[in-house]
Design a protein around this ligand. Structure first.
Ligand SMILES: O=C1C[C@@](O)(C(=O)O)C[C@@H](O)[C@@H]1O
Length: 251
């Protein structure tokens, strides 16, 4: 586990950049909280929640919104929260069936932009480099992500996956792994602490499912700077997410 000093220096480093400078928020919890959103959900519930970031999961929409609706909703979300736009492909555990590269490109070409964009490392080096460059040009923070819904690799593999992602120079690196036993959750947390010390960018990690809930609560103590929660029992976007009020009660 990180010493309190290291944890707070690094955490405040990122929060200063992302939130204090841009939103002038006074954070009262130890890690950033993101909640998923689709237009089928109650907007007021999402906007009035304690979340710092709303993750609009475009792949979970019944159909992709047209440009007018998209700009409208994004503006509404942005007037209350930081917004992360995610189009999760099928192969990474989402519902996205359109050409990934095209959807992310269109998001970044629009005149209303999200604050953050999720880019999947498994789309391949060429697509990743191109989308990261576009996000940089448009001044949208990039989160390079990797998901494994079946298992958690061993320590060496996890470290090398994370370092490989970091070498693309995104603004943030995120990995979500499925544990089969508690040892998998502990390994991910320990790898998080190890990588957090050497990475040049913020790291977000989580173990999914029931077993992994612990990582969503105490991950920040190991250097994971954001946790995903939900506003209600039925609105989660991945297994094991806690309801935000339960998460806050644990903190
Ligand atoms: O990458 C992530 C993390 C996540 O899969 C989770 O396990 O909480 C939830 C997704 O919505 C998000 O894009």
């Amino acid at each position: 586990m990180l010493s309190d000093k290291n944890y707070s220096l690094k955490w405040y480093g990122w929060c200063t950049k992302l939130l204090k400078d841009q939103l002038k928020l006074n954070l009262t919890h130890p890690a950033l909280i993101a909640v998923p959103f689709t237009t089928q959900m109650a907007l007021t519930e999402i906007l009035s929640s304690a979340a710092d970031i709303v993750e609009w999961r475009l792949d979970l929409e019944m159909t992709l919104p047209d440009k007018i609706q998209y700009r409208d909703v994004l503006k509404q979300l942005k007037s209350h929260k930081k917004v992360l736009l995610t189009y999760r492909s099928k192969q990474e555990g989402g519902e996205g069936q359109q050409i990934y590269e095209q959807v992310v490109h269109d998001i970044l070409a629009c005149d209303v932009l999200p604050d953050l964009i999720d880019i999947e490392v498994n789309q391949g080096a060429e697509v990743v480099h191109q989308l990261l460059a576009l996000a940089r040009d448009r001044r949208v923070m990039s989160i390079l992500s990797l998901h494994n819904f079946t298992q958690t690799p061993d320590e060496n593999e996890l470290v090398s996956l994370i370092k490989n992602m970091s070498d693309y120079h995104p603004d943030v690196v995120k990995v979500a792994m499925m544990p089969k036993q508690l040892a998998d959750v502990e390994r991910l947390l320990n790898v998080t602490a190890k990588c957090h010390k050497v990475l040049t960018q913020p790291l977000i990690t989580m173990s999914m499912g029931d077993l992994g809930k612990k990582s969503r609560i105490i991950g920040y103590q190991y250097g994971s700077e954001l946790t995903f929660a939900t506003t209600s029992q039925t609105t989660g976007s991945a297994p094991g997410q806690l309801i935000i009020t339960d998460l806050l009660a644990q903190w």
